[in-house]
Design a protein. Structure first.
Length: 319
């Protein structure tokens, strides 16, 4: 009986230390609305929330491994840092016991966030937002101005964005809906890229094995590349547009909207196919080898569209 009581006591002691380690925080610091804030947190979740006060408020629970919590002004910048062990074999692969923070800021703050195994949520900021993570997901909504989102294995989910946009991930998916920007850049390795916008005119998308599905505005300048993933681009063509697209084994599909005035230069190098639904022009096969090409003009031919593939299929169509 004494042995059982001892084990129960030990368990309660361990649990009490865990609870104590999850330190609560509720701190406020006055700030100029246009100042820059740098947030470093290794694990857990951080939610960025707009409020109308000229101050930053940090509320929530710190990582159970926290050694020091820094919340201070340095020059024109504010530093929020949850310091955890960097060595001694500390494992960041799990966000169990990580921080759970809500950070209230003026909408015009210039914000930079760094993390390892951490999810980030941000809504309605307009002073610039940069988020760099390893395994966390990023969810943003109604962000204006400069926006840079990078995560290795996490997903990026963006809605109603406007400004200078760049999204990068390795194995995570990118979902960008109702983007009001003029230009956007997407980069992924094995994750899928989805972009829906009525205004994007300068478009760049790069993928290795992930698929690309983009429905954008009237294209002015574009580059789309993939290795084994399939890519679909639905867009209008500016009369002076320039578009380059390439794949290895992935299929390239173009669905054009509105009037078309463009020169098309399409090439397949090793047995791929070229299908043209825009005109009666057909691809011609090389006299030697499996390559084929198709060059033709639609309308005044003022825009240039080029696409190459090794073994995939290139398809031109009207949406």
């Amino acid at each position: 009986m004494n042995r059982i009581l001892s084990l129960v006591g030990l368990l309660l002691l361990i649990l009490s230390f865990t609870v104590l380690a999850q330190q609560e925080v509720d701190e406020t610091l006055s700030v100029s609305p246009g100042a820059r804030v740098l947030i470093d947190n290794m694990r857990g979740k951080v939610e960025l929330i707009v409020h109308e006060e000229n101050e930053i408020r940090v509320v929530g629970t710190l990582d159970e491994k926290t050694e020091k919590f820094v919340f201070e002004q340095r020059g024109n910048g504010i530093h929020i840092n949850v310091e955890t062990p960097q060595e001694r074999g500390f494992n960041f692969s799990s966000d169990d016991g990580g921080s759970d923070l809500k950070i209230y800021l003026p909408a015009s703050m210039d914000i930079k966030v760094n993390g390892v195994s951490m999810d980030v949520i941000a809504n309605e900021f307009n002073g610039g937002l940069e988020i760099r993570l390893v395994s966390g997901d990023v969810t943003v909504n109604k962000i204006k101005n400069r926006l840079l989102l990078k995560t290795v294995s996490g997903d990026i989910d963006a809605k109603d964005i406007e400004g200078d946009v760049r999204f990068e991930t390795v194995s995570g998916d990118i979902m960008d809906i109702r983007n009001s920007s003029d230009a956007a850049t997407y980069q992924s390795v094995s994750g899928d890229i989805t972009s829906q916008s009525d205004s994007i005119a300068e478009f760049t998308a790069q993928s290795v094995s992930g698929d690309i599905d983009a429905k954008i505005g009237t294209l002015r300048k574009g580059k789309m590349t993939t290795v084994s993933g399939d890519a679909i681009l639905t867009a209008g063509l500016n009369e002076n547009a320039r578009l380059e697209a390439s794949s290895v084994s992935g299929d390239l599909t173009f669905k054009w909207e509105g009037e078309i005035h463009a020169n098309f230069n399409l090439k397949s190098n090793a047995g791929g196919e070229i299908t043209n639904y825009l005109t009666e022009d057909k691809a011609t096969e090389a006299e030697w080898g499996p390559s084929s090409k198709l060059e033709f003009m639609v309308g005044e031919g003022s825009a240039d569209v080029s696409a190459t593939t090794v073994s995939g299929e290139i398809t031109l169509d009207k949406n």
